[in-house]
Design a protein around this ligand. Structure first.
Ligand SMILES: NC(=O)C1=CN([C@@H]2O[C@H](COP(=O)(O)OP(=O)(O)OC[C@H]3O[C@@H](n4cnc5c(N)ncnc54)[C@H](OP(=O)(O)O)[C@@H]3O)[C@@H](O)[C@H]2O)C=CC1
Ligand SMILES: Nc1nc(=O)c2c([nH]1)NC[C@@H]1CN(c3ccc(C(=O)N[C@@H](CCC(=O)O)C(=O)O)cc3)C=[N+]21
Length: 283
């Protein structure tokens, strides 16, 4: 029976440490201030915005939410990003993904000042991630690494299968795990025999948005299971993993909710504080 990786408890613990860092900044007359741009009404983004609001307040950060309608024009968002880039009082900017169809999300991300890029998703910061010369990391991958570290689950030499290749989860997580000397395979919707790969994996990370994708038959005994998925099934929030069955075979497993989600939010708060400190040190 697997041990449950309690992301919520770890996020709360890390938040206490972060609160102290924020206090130190405040004593220097600096209050970290970041902006979230959310276009449209994607359900996963809504959960994210809501939890962030609570967490930001708890650690003492200022957070502005720009909730824009689904039919917002590209130019309007670009103009908003330009304004926030130029504003000295703003330390961090992020655009919630996915964005509505008419929006070119890559162009928005490219526009964010890399020094204010709390999500680590600008081309400059993605490049630095793969060059192992990064000062900010995407929040979900950073949260997963923090969780594994906290539970003393090593990555060196481990066979990892990451299911999902998005720019916010699968790809940057592969970079961070490779940096920690894991052997990383990235699977996706076109992967031929997913079960054959996952059955051999020491660590499986699923980030697809497909409920019940990862079943017990796909998992070897003693594997570590990280479930990033956020799916609504019959009004309930579930991950990508058939939790009850897979838990019996796993050595460690994250629940949904209460696993990766809270750590994503915590890592984002840490990125805001880190960038604020860096901006002030460089003045
Ligand atoms: N807990 C948290 O902190 C976070 C949770 N999420 C959640 O994680 C999930 C993934 O998010 P995101 O990365 O943005 O998703 P995307 O929709 O951008 O990407 C999904 C990925 O999963 C792959 N995929 C889909 N179906 C299958 C399948 N049947 N077999 C193998 N691969 C498949 C896709 O492959 P292909 O590229 O070939 O289409 C794609 O690479 C969502 O549920 C989201 O809500 C996201 C961010 C943070
Ligand atoms: N640029 C960008 N970066 C992201 O990292 C990003 C994004 N856009 N868009 C949306 C997705 C989704 N996402 C979540 C993070 C935490 C929870 C979270 O806190 N979940 C709680 C659930 C809380 C509840 O039950 O309501 C938990 O898992 O315990 C959810 C979803 C980040 N995303």
């Amino acid at each position: 029976m697997g041990i449950i990786l309690d992301g919520k408890a770890l996020a709360n613990k890390l938040a206490e440490n972060l609160k102290e860092k924020v206090k130190t900044l405040k004593n220097e007359g600096i209050t970290p201030h970041f902006c979230v741009i959310n276009i449209g009404d994607n359900p996963a983004s809504k959960i994210y915005v809501h939890t962030k609001k609570r967490r930001a307040k708890k650690v003492g950060l200022i957070q502005d939410i720009y909730q824009l309608p689904t039919d917002t024009h590209q130019e309007q968002v670009l103009a908003l990003i330009d304004k926030l880039n130029a504003d000295q009082s703003i330390n961090g900017i992020m655009v919630q993904l996915p964005a509505p169809k008419q929006i070119n999300a890559d162009e928005l991300l490219e526009r964010i000042d890399p020094n204010k890029d709390v999500d680590g998703l600008t081309p400059a910061n993605i490049g630095r991630l793969w060059l192992e010369d990064h000062f900010v990391e995407p929040a979900t991958p950073a949260g997963i690494i923090a969780l594994l570290q906290h539970y003393n689950i090593p990555l060196v030499g481990k066979d990892v299968v990451i299911i999902g290749r998005s720019n916010i989860v699968g790809q940057p997580l592969a970079a961070l795990m490779l940096e920690q000397n894991a052997t990383v395979t990235i699977a996706h919707a076109k992967t031929k025999n997913l079960a054959a790969l996952t059955k051999k994996a020491d660590i499986i990370v699923s980030a697809t948005g497909q409920a019940f994708l990862v079943t017990a038959e796909m998992v070897k005994d003693g594997a570590v299971i990280i479930d990033v998925g956020m799916n609504h099934v019959n009004g309930k929030l579930v991950g990508d993993v058939d939790f009850d069955a897979v838990k019996k075979k796993a050595s460690y497993i994250t629940p949904v909710p209460g696993g990766v989600g809270p750590l994503t939010v915590q890592s984002l708060m840490e990125a805001v504080v880190k960038l604020t400190r860096r901006q002030n040190d460089r003045k």
